[in-house]
Design a protein around this ligand. Structure first.
Ligand SMILES: NC(=O)c1ccc[n+]([C@@H]2O[C@H](COP(=O)([O-])OP(=O)(O)OC[C@H]3O[C@@H](n4cnc5c(N)ncnc54)[C@H](OP(=O)(O)O)[C@@H]3O)[C@@H](O)[C@H]2O)c1
Length: 251
Protein backbone atom coordinates (compact mmCIF):
# COMPACT_ATOMS: atom_id res chain seq x y z
CA UNK A 1 0.00 0.00 0.00
CA UNK A 2 1.24 3.48 -0.87
CA UNK A 3 0.54 5.86 1.99
CA UNK A 4 -0.62 9.27 0.74
CA UNK A 5 -1.33 12.62 2.39
CA UNK A 6 -3.39 15.03 0.29
CA UNK A 7 -2.93 18.78 0.74
CA UNK A 8 -5.73 21.06 -0.50
CA UNK A 9 -9.49 20.70 -0.76
CA UNK A 10 -10.29 21.99 -4.23
CA UNK A 11 -11.25 20.32 -7.50
CA UNK A 12 -8.14 18.20 -7.92
CA UNK A 13 -7.96 17.17 -4.27
CA UNK A 14 -11.59 16.09 -4.35
CA UNK A 15 -11.14 13.93 -7.47
CA UNK A 16 -7.83 12.44 -6.32
CA UNK A 17 -9.38 11.55 -2.96
CA UNK A 18 -12.18 9.76 -4.81
CA UNK A 19 -9.83 7.92 -7.16
CA UNK A 20 -7.55 6.84 -4.29
CA UNK A 21 -10.60 5.76 -2.32
CA UNK A 22 -11.54 3.41 -5.15
CA UNK A 23 -8.06 1.90 -5.36
CA UNK A 24 -6.92 -1.03 -3.24
CA UNK A 25 -3.28 0.01 -3.50
CA UNK A 26 -3.54 3.48 -1.96
CA UNK A 27 -4.00 4.29 1.69
CA UNK A 28 -5.12 7.93 1.88
CA UNK A 29 -4.07 8.34 5.48
CA UNK A 30 -4.82 12.04 5.85
CA UNK A 31 -5.89 15.19 4.11
CA UNK A 32 -5.03 18.77 4.97
CA UNK A 33 -6.92 21.94 4.25
CA UNK A 34 -6.51 25.33 5.87
CA UNK A 35 -10.24 25.67 6.54
CA UNK A 36 -13.41 23.54 6.55
CA UNK A 37 -14.95 25.08 3.45
CA UNK A 38 -15.16 21.99 1.24
CA UNK A 39 -15.30 19.29 3.92
CA UNK A 40 -18.75 18.12 2.83
CA UNK A 41 -17.36 16.96 -0.53
CA UNK A 42 -14.91 14.52 1.07
CA UNK A 43 -15.43 11.10 2.56
CA UNK A 44 -15.71 11.64 6.33
CA UNK A 45 -13.57 8.59 7.02
CA UNK A 46 -10.44 10.30 5.71
CA UNK A 47 -8.66 11.81 8.73
CA UNK A 48 -8.43 15.57 8.32
CA UNK A 49 -6.14 18.22 9.76
CA UNK A 50 -6.14 22.03 9.51
CA UNK A 51 -2.58 22.20 10.82
CA UNK A 52 0.26 21.89 8.34
CA UNK A 53 2.59 20.95 11.23
CA UNK A 54 0.42 17.98 12.03
CA UNK A 55 0.88 15.85 8.89
CA UNK A 56 1.20 12.07 9.24
CA UNK A 57 4.27 10.22 7.96
CA UNK A 58 3.54 9.15 4.38
CA UNK A 59 5.26 7.83 1.25
CA UNK A 60 3.86 10.62 -0.92
CA UNK A 61 2.49 14.08 -0.06
CA UNK A 62 0.39 15.59 -2.86
CA UNK A 63 0.07 19.38 -2.87
CA UNK A 64 -3.08 20.22 -4.83
CA UNK A 65 -3.50 23.93 -4.16
CA UNK A 66 -3.39 27.16 -6.22
CA UNK A 67 -0.19 27.41 -8.26
CA UNK A 68 0.86 30.64 -6.58
CA UNK A 69 0.64 29.13 -3.08
CA UNK A 70 2.77 26.03 -3.75
CA UNK A 71 6.13 27.59 -2.80
CA UNK A 72 4.91 29.20 0.41
CA UNK A 73 3.10 26.10 1.60
CA UNK A 74 5.87 23.65 0.67
CA UNK A 75 8.40 25.78 2.59
CA UNK A 76 6.46 24.86 5.73
CA UNK A 77 7.07 21.12 5.16
CA UNK A 78 10.16 20.61 7.28
CA UNK A 79 10.34 16.77 7.22
CA UNK A 80 13.00 15.13 5.07
CA UNK A 81 11.48 11.67 4.40
CA UNK A 82 8.94 10.86 1.69
CA UNK A 83 8.21 12.38 -1.67
CA UNK A 84 6.44 15.74 -2.02
CA UNK A 85 4.71 16.40 -5.36
CA UNK A 86 2.50 19.12 -6.76
CA UNK A 87 -0.24 18.81 -9.40
CA UNK A 88 0.39 21.94 -11.44
CA UNK A 89 0.83 21.93 -15.21
CA UNK A 90 2.99 25.00 -15.26
CA UNK A 91 5.06 25.15 -12.07
CA UNK A 92 8.61 23.71 -12.06
CA UNK A 93 9.99 21.20 -9.58
CA UNK A 94 11.94 23.93 -7.85
CA UNK A 95 8.73 25.73 -6.93
CA UNK A 96 8.62 23.09 -4.19
CA UNK A 97 10.65 24.52 -1.31
CA UNK A 98 10.44 21.53 1.03
CA UNK A 99 13.37 19.49 2.31
CA UNK A 100 12.05 16.08 1.17
CA UNK A 101 12.43 14.73 -2.37
CA UNK A 102 10.34 16.49 -4.98
CA UNK A 103 8.17 15.50 -7.92
CA UNK A 104 5.24 16.39 -10.14
CA UNK A 105 1.96 14.50 -10.45
CA UNK A 106 0.03 16.39 -13.12
CA UNK A 107 -3.29 14.89 -14.25
CA UNK A 108 -4.10 16.26 -17.68
CA UNK A 109 -7.85 16.71 -17.47
CA UNK A 110 -10.36 19.40 -16.53
CA UNK A 111 -11.58 18.72 -12.99
CA UNK A 112 -14.60 20.28 -11.30
CA UNK A 113 -15.99 18.97 -8.02
CA UNK A 114 -19.49 19.02 -9.49
CA UNK A 115 -18.64 16.71 -12.42
CA UNK A 116 -18.01 12.95 -12.06
CA UNK A 117 -15.05 11.53 -13.99
CA UNK A 118 -13.74 8.09 -14.80
CA UNK A 119 -10.12 8.14 -13.82
CA UNK A 120 -8.57 5.20 -15.58
CA UNK A 121 -8.14 7.03 -18.90
CA UNK A 122 -6.88 10.33 -17.49
CA UNK A 123 -3.29 10.95 -18.58
CA UNK A 124 -1.06 11.49 -15.58
CA UNK A 125 2.26 13.25 -16.26
CA UNK A 126 4.98 12.55 -13.74
CA UNK A 127 8.43 13.98 -13.12
CA UNK A 128 10.80 13.43 -10.22
CA UNK A 129 13.94 15.17 -9.06
CA UNK A 130 15.50 11.88 -8.03
CA UNK A 131 15.29 8.95 -10.48
CA UNK A 132 14.78 6.52 -7.57
CA UNK A 133 11.40 8.15 -6.94
CA UNK A 134 10.14 7.63 -10.49
CA UNK A 135 8.98 4.08 -9.92
CA UNK A 136 7.14 4.99 -6.71
CA UNK A 137 5.31 7.87 -8.37
CA UNK A 138 4.61 5.79 -11.48
CA UNK A 139 3.17 3.03 -9.27
CA UNK A 140 0.84 5.51 -7.59
CA UNK A 141 -0.29 6.93 -10.93
CA UNK A 142 -0.80 3.41 -12.37
CA UNK A 143 -3.12 2.56 -9.50
CA UNK A 144 -5.64 5.11 -10.76
CA UNK A 145 -4.89 5.44 -14.48
CA UNK A 146 -3.73 3.36 -17.45
CA UNK A 147 -2.11 6.42 -19.06
CA UNK A 148 1.03 7.48 -17.24
CA UNK A 149 3.71 9.58 -18.96
CA UNK A 150 7.15 10.68 -17.83
CA UNK A 151 7.21 14.31 -18.96
CA UNK A 152 9.94 16.91 -18.33
CA UNK A 153 9.36 20.57 -17.45
CA UNK A 154 9.71 21.84 -21.01
CA UNK A 155 7.19 19.29 -22.33
CA UNK A 156 4.80 19.88 -19.41
CA UNK A 157 4.82 23.64 -19.97
CA UNK A 158 4.07 23.11 -23.67
CA UNK A 159 1.39 20.51 -22.90
CA UNK A 160 -0.24 22.95 -20.52
CA UNK A 161 -0.38 25.62 -23.25
CA UNK A 162 -1.84 23.04 -25.67
CA UNK A 163 -4.38 22.10 -23.00
CA UNK A 164 -5.38 25.77 -22.62
CA UNK A 165 -6.11 25.85 -26.35
CA UNK A 166 -8.09 22.60 -26.50
CA UNK A 167 -10.05 22.99 -23.29
CA UNK A 168 -10.16 26.55 -21.96
CA UNK A 169 -10.42 28.30 -25.31
CA UNK A 170 -12.84 25.76 -26.82
CA UNK A 171 -15.04 26.05 -23.77
CA UNK A 172 -15.03 29.83 -24.08
CA UNK A 173 -16.16 29.41 -27.68
CA UNK A 174 -19.02 27.21 -26.39
CA UNK A 175 -19.90 29.97 -23.92
CA UNK A 176 -20.02 32.61 -26.68
CA UNK A 177 -22.13 30.28 -28.84
CA UNK A 178 -24.44 29.74 -25.87
CA UNK A 179 -24.84 33.54 -25.54
CA UNK A 180 -25.80 33.78 -29.22
CA UNK A 181 -28.39 31.04 -28.72
CA UNK A 182 -29.85 32.63 -25.58
CA UNK A 183 -30.04 36.08 -27.25
CA UNK A 184 -32.01 34.53 -30.12
CA UNK A 185 -34.23 32.20 -28.15
CA UNK A 186 -32.59 29.03 -29.48
CA UNK A 187 -31.83 26.00 -27.30
CA UNK A 188 -28.07 25.41 -26.94
CA UNK A 189 -28.92 21.68 -27.03
CA UNK A 190 -29.30 21.97 -30.82
CA UNK A 191 -25.53 22.54 -31.03
CA UNK A 192 -24.52 19.63 -28.78
CA UNK A 193 -24.37 16.92 -31.49
CA UNK A 194 -22.08 19.25 -33.46
CA UNK A 195 -19.88 19.83 -30.41
CA UNK A 196 -19.60 16.09 -29.74
CA UNK A 197 -18.90 15.27 -33.40
CA UNK A 198 -16.19 17.98 -33.49
CA UNK A 199 -14.19 16.09 -30.87
CA UNK A 200 -15.27 12.56 -31.87
CA UNK A 201 -14.01 13.21 -35.41
CA UNK A 202 -10.47 13.60 -34.06
CA UNK A 203 -10.36 9.83 -33.50
CA UNK A 204 -10.31 9.44 -37.31
CA UNK A 205 -8.90 12.69 -38.71
CA UNK A 206 -6.10 15.09 -37.70
CA UNK A 207 -7.31 18.56 -36.58
CA UNK A 208 -5.85 19.91 -39.83
CA UNK A 209 -7.97 17.56 -41.95
CA UNK A 210 -11.08 17.91 -39.78
CA UNK A 211 -11.47 21.67 -40.34
CA UNK A 212 -14.56 22.86 -42.26
CA UNK A 213 -16.47 26.17 -42.45
CA UNK A 214 -16.46 29.54 -44.23
CA UNK A 215 -12.87 30.45 -43.24
CA UNK A 216 -11.48 27.12 -44.51
CA UNK A 217 -13.38 27.63 -47.80
CA UNK A 218 -12.43 31.32 -47.85
CA UNK A 219 -16.12 32.26 -48.34
CA UNK A 220 -15.57 36.01 -47.97
CA UNK A 221 -19.22 37.04 -48.48
CA UNK A 222 -20.44 34.75 -45.68
CA UNK A 223 -17.64 35.92 -43.38
CA UNK A 224 -18.49 39.60 -43.97
CA UNK A 225 -22.19 38.99 -43.31
CA UNK A 226 -21.53 37.09 -40.09
CA UNK A 227 -19.13 39.78 -38.84
CA UNK A 228 -21.85 42.45 -39.29
CA UNK A 229 -24.07 40.57 -36.85
CA UNK A 230 -21.59 40.39 -33.97
CA UNK A 231 -20.83 42.70 -31.06
CA UNK A 232 -17.29 44.09 -30.80
CA UNK A 233 -15.90 41.38 -28.52
CA UNK A 234 -17.21 38.50 -30.65
CA UNK A 235 -16.17 40.36 -33.84
CA UNK A 236 -12.58 40.58 -32.58
CA UNK A 237 -12.46 36.88 -31.72
CA UNK A 238 -14.17 35.87 -34.98
CA UNK A 239 -11.66 37.92 -37.00
CA UNK A 240 -8.64 36.55 -35.16
CA UNK A 241 -9.65 32.90 -35.54
CA UNK A 242 -10.89 33.35 -39.12
CA UNK A 243 -7.57 34.92 -40.16
CA UNK A 244 -5.64 32.08 -38.50
CA UNK A 245 -7.72 29.49 -40.40
CA UNK A 246 -7.36 31.36 -43.71
CA UNK A 247 -3.57 31.55 -43.24
CA UNK A 248 -3.40 27.85 -42.38
CA UNK A 249 -5.21 26.71 -45.51
CA UNK A 250 -4.04 29.30 -48.03
CA UNK A 251 -0.34 29.18 -47.31
N1 LIG B 1 -8.87 21.85 -11.89
C1 LIG B 1 -8.20 21.37 -12.92
O1 LIG B 1 -8.81 21.07 -13.95
C2 LIG B 1 -6.71 21.10 -12.84
C3 LIG B 1 -6.14 20.22 -13.76
C4 LIG B 1 -4.78 19.89 -13.66
C5 LIG B 1 -4.01 20.49 -12.67
N2 LIG B 1 -4.56 21.38 -11.80
C6 LIG B 1 -3.69 21.96 -10.75
O2 LIG B 1 -4.08 21.47 -9.48
C7 LIG B 1 -3.88 22.49 -8.48
C8 LIG B 1 -5.17 22.75 -7.75
O3 LIG B 1 -6.16 23.17 -8.68
P1 LIG B 1 -7.70 23.10 -8.32
O4 LIG B 1 -8.46 23.28 -9.57
O5 LIG B 1 -7.97 21.93 -7.44
O6 LIG B 1 -7.85 24.45 -7.45
P2 LIG B 1 -9.08 24.92 -6.56
O7 LIG B 1 -10.28 24.09 -6.82
O8 LIG B 1 -9.15 26.40 -6.70
O9 LIG B 1 -8.60 24.58 -5.08
C9 LIG B 1 -7.47 25.16 -4.54
C10 LIG B 1 -7.28 24.68 -3.11
O10 LIG B 1 -6.06 25.25 -2.65
C11 LIG B 1 -6.30 25.80 -1.35
N3 LIG B 1 -5.34 26.88 -1.11
C12 LIG B 1 -5.15 28.00 -1.85
N4 LIG B 1 -4.17 28.74 -1.31
C13 LIG B 1 -3.74 28.07 -0.21
C14 LIG B 1 -2.75 28.31 0.78
N5 LIG B 1 -2.01 29.43 0.75
N6 LIG B 1 -2.58 27.39 1.76
C15 LIG B 1 -3.34 26.29 1.80
N7 LIG B 1 -4.30 25.97 0.90
C16 LIG B 1 -4.48 26.88 -0.09
C17 LIG B 1 -7.73 26.30 -1.42
O11 LIG B 1 -8.20 26.49 -0.14
P3 LIG B 1 -9.39 27.55 0.17
O12 LIG B 1 -10.64 26.88 -0.29
O13 LIG B 1 -9.29 27.76 1.62
O14 LIG B 1 -9.07 28.80 -0.65
C18 LIG B 1 -8.38 25.11 -2.13
O15 LIG B 1 -8.61 24.05 -1.25
C19 LIG B 1 -3.30 23.70 -9.23
O16 LIG B 1 -1.90 23.61 -9.17
C20 LIG B 1 -3.76 23.47 -10.66
O17 LIG B 1 -2.90 24.08 -11.62
C21 LIG B 1 -5.90 21.69 -11.85
Amino acid sequence: MIRVVLIGAGNIAFHLAKAFGNSNGVDLIQRYSRDNKNDSYFNRNIPKTNSINNLQKADIYIIAINDDAISTLSKQLTFTDGLVVHTSGSKPLNSLKCKANKGIFYPLQTFSKEKELSYNQIPICIETENTNDTSLLRSLAKLISENVYKIDLHQREKLHIAAVFVNNFSNHMFKLANDICVENNISFDILKPLIFETTEKLNDLSPYKAQTGPAKRNDIEVIKKQLQQLDNNKKEIYNLVTNSIIKTYNS
